[in-house]
Design a binder for this molecule. Structure first.
Ligand SMILES: N[C@@H](CCC(=O)N[C@@H](CS)C(=O)NCC(=O)O)C(=O)O
Length: 199
C-alpha cells in the first residue's frame, strides 16, 4: 500500500506526484486541506509533527519532506541516474535541493501564496528573494540545459513546480528565457505530469 498525503496546489506535493508518475508507481491520495487546517489534526501530526505535507506512506514506511522523499523514491525504485552515488554529483544535486527549499520556496512559492492564498507577508522581502531565485536559475540555465548535471536529476524536479507556476504570483518569466526553455524541457520528460493551476 502506498499513500500520499497531499494538497493539490502545493508545489512541494507536486514534486512527489511528479516523481511517482515518472516511476509509474500507483498510490492512493489522502487530501489534507491546508486551508481548513487539517495539517494540525492530531492524527496527521502522528505522521508528521512538522504540520506539513507532503507525507508518503510507502508500505508502512512514513516519509516526510519532499526532497527526502524524492531521494528515497529515486534510489528505491531504480532511478539512480536522478541521484547518483558519485560524491561530486550528489553535492551538485544537494545544492539545488537546498536552493529549492530556501530561495525557491521563500521567494517563488511565497510570492504565489500571497496571491492565491492571500498569505499576509512582506511583499518587498519575498519579491527580493524571488528575484535572487530567478536570477540564479537563469544564470545556470544560460550555460547548461539542466541544473545539477548534464542530464535531468532530482534538482530539476525539485525546482520545477514553483518556478513553473510563478506567474500565479504575478511575477513574469518574460525576462528569463533560459528558465522558460528549461521549464519546457522538464515538461518533456517521460512521465511528466503538470502541476494543477490555481483558480
Ligand atoms: N521542506 C518541506 C516543506 C513542506 C511545506 O512547506 N509544506 C507546506 C505546503 S507546500 C505545508 O504543508 N504547509 C502547512 C503549514 O505550514 O501549516 C518539504 O519540502 O516538504
Amino acid at each position: 500500500m502506498r499513500k500520499l498525503y497531499d494538497f493539490q496546489l502545493s508545489g512541494n506535493c507536486h514534486k512527489v506526484r511528479m516523481m511517482l508518475a515518472m516511476l509509474d508507481l500507483q498510490y492512493e491520495v489522502e487530501a489534507i486541506d491546508l486551508l481548513k487546517g487539517e495539517q494540525h489534526a492530531p492524527e496527521f501530526l502522528e505522521l508528521n509533527p512538522m504540520h506539513k505535507v507532503p507525507v508518503l506512506d510507502d508500505d508502512g514506511l512514513i516519509l516526510a519532506d519532499s526532497a527526502a522523499i524524492l531521494i528515497y523514491l529515486a534510489r528505491k525504485y531504480g532511478r539512480e541516474d536522478l541521484y547518483p552515488d558519485d560524491p561530486a554529483a550528489m553535492t551538485h544535486i544537494q545544492k539545488w535541493l537546498s536552493f529549492s527549499v530556501n530561495e525557491v520556496f521563500n521567494g517563488l512559492a511565497l510570492a504565489r501564496a500571497m496571491v492565491i492564498f492571500n498569505r499576509e507577508l512582506d511583499e518587498k522581502a519575498v519579491h527580493a528573494v524571488a528575484d535572487i531565485a530567478l536570477n540564479t536559475l537563469e544564470s545556470r540555465l544560460t550555460i547548461a540545459e539542466w541544473l545539477a548535471l548534464d542530464r535531468p536529476t532530482l534538482a530539476d524536479i525539485a525546482c520545477y513546480p514553483y518556478t513553473a507556476r510563478i506567474e500565479e504570483g504575478n511575477i513574469s518569466l518574460e525576462a528569463f528565457p533560459a528558465t522558460r526553455a528549461w521549464i519546457a524541457r522538464v515538461e518533456g520528460l517521460p512521465g511528466f505530469i503538470p502541476m494543477p493551476t490555481a483558480g
